[in-house]
Design a binder for this molecule. Structure first.
Ligand SMILES: Nc1ncnc2c1ncn2[C@@H]1O[C@H](COP(=O)(O)OP(=O)(O)O)[C@@H](O)[C@H]1O
Ligand SMILES: [Mg+2]
Length: 412
């Protein structure tokens, strides 16, 4: 089955723990960058940014679907992420349960679009990620754990599954994250303009691709909270899972003094490489944030949480991307993806913050890639590379000492 053209199902569930995104893509290997995005931009191939190492593939999105975790599953996932109170038996069970849910999600998406995958790439649900080496029992080690049993998924769907992508990069000295820049580089590099590709999931992260970049020029890091603080505030103040379309935030006024204090936090000032998770912007951060806002109007608090995401993204671009590489790298655009791209208020705030930086905001939709499908497409691509025994980490993004073939394969 190791042929050039494969239909691959990418399966993603991110730190928001909101559910499962499945993307069905047809990937045709080799050749220049002829993805829909690259075609639309007539970029990449042949320009100054002639790829070194990474070749382009044709990536065609055949269909994608998102499904929310059932309420109790989400609660179990969030509990499992909170290492203090997780039980081993429950963690083991959750692994198998998620394998079943991923399989159902893939099968339902295949049915809906009348497409059958040859291969699945499943990121899994991250329960714990510590990209930096830390002392443990007299050794310094990094650690990561994505759950969702791939053997169950392979058995139910009937095709091989590539999963567990992060450890191989970490074994090669990398932080195991971010991995999506491999796709970003393939799709969005341009010989004439520099682009910042910004994903707004639970956490927000960017991939900066200067004009005419070689893959070693790519810079990627987490900018801070994406939807995580907004979601938690929507839950605490309004009993809602998220602020749909940013409607509540739109009716509020930003609490500027509180916002300025938050933006002066150490994470935002720290230069990249850096990663964030629930450790930085989870429960404890939100508790302090709500305390700081005191008895302000609830919509104002949500507007402030939304502005925190927008401004911290713009600050990261201004501080860490634009100055260093402005010389010949002409950054002009920020392309956003992730669920946060559907929050109209957040997008408006971000657009306003980018204007003075000379950056135009675009949605990944404009490149034929719906914001909610992007990460799932990325893991389909990574699975394709692994199946062909090709490396798919970007050492410049993860800090790895070498390129590595990522993941493990479970056979049906
Ligand atoms: N219509 C919408 N309006 C506002 N926010 C939305 C909308 N759709 C999705 N979101 C936000 O996107 C989040 C999910 O984003 P996602 O990219 O799946 O993150 P993750 O990768 O962390 O799972 C939701 O929790 C919610 O905050
Ligand atoms: Mg999600």
């Amino acid at each position: 089955m190791k042929n050039r053209e494969l239909i691959v199902a990418g399966v993603m569930s991110g730190t928001s723990a909101d559910g499962i995104n499945v993307a069905l893509v047809r990937i045709t290997g080799k050749g220049g960058v002829t993805s829909p995005a690259a075609r639309a931009q007539t970029s990449g191939v042949g320009g100054r940014g002639k790829p070194r190492g990474i070749i382009g593939h044709t990536i065609e999105l055949l269909g994608h679907a998102g499904s929310e975790y059932p309420r109790k599953v989400r609660a179990a996932v969030l509990t499992a992420m909170n290492a203090e109170c997780a039980r081993v038996a429950d963690l083991a069970r959750l692994n198998f349960l998620l394998g079943e849910l991923y399989a159902e999600a893939v099968l339902a998406t295949q049915k809906r679009f009348g497409v059958k995958a040859d291969l699945v790439g499943c990121h899994g649900q991250t329960l714990y990620h510590q990209g930096e080496t830390t002392a443990f029992l007299n050794r310094k080690i990094p650690a990561t754990w994505q759950t969702g049993e791939a053997a169950v998924l392979a058995s139910r769907v009937g095709v091989p599954v590539v999963s567990d992508f992060r450890p191989a990069d970490m074994a090669a000295g990398g932080k195991g994250a971010p991995l999506v820049p491999f796709l970003d580089y393939m799709l969005f590099r341009d010989s004439r303009i520099g682009r910042i590709v910004q994903n707004i999931g639970g956490i927000a992260n960017l991939t900066a691709i200067p004009a005419g970049a070689a893959d070693s020029d790519v810079l990627a890091f987490d900018t801070g909270p994406g939807n995580m603080v907004i979601d938690a505030a929507a839950d605490a103040l309004f009993g809602k899972r998220y602020d749909r379309d940013g409607k509540i935030a739109a009716s509020g006024t930003i609490l500027e003094p509180q916002l300025q204090k938050l933006l002066a936090g150490t994470f935002f000032l720290q230069p990249p490489p850096k990663t964030a998770g629930r450790e930085e912007f989870g429960r404890e951060f939100v508790r302090q944030f709500l305390r700081r806002c005191g008895r302000a109007r609830k919509p104002d608090i949500l507007a402030t949480a939304t502005a925190l995401t927008a401004r911290s993204i713009a600050d990261a671009a201004r501080r860490f991307v634009l100055p260093a590489l402005r010389r010949q790298r002409s950054y002009r655009e920020m392309i956003i993806s992730g669920g946060g791209a559907r929050n109209i208020t957040l997008v408006r705030m971000l657009r306003e913050s980018l204007l003075p930086l000379g950056l135009r905001l675009r949605l990944s939709d404009e490149f034929g890639l719906p914001p909610e499908a992007k990460e799932a497409v990325a893991f389909a691509l990574l699975a394709y590379e692994t199946w062909n025994q090709k490396p798919s980490n970007l050492p410049s993004a993860t800090g790895a000492k070498r390129a590595a073939v990522l993941g493990k394969i479970s056979y049906a």
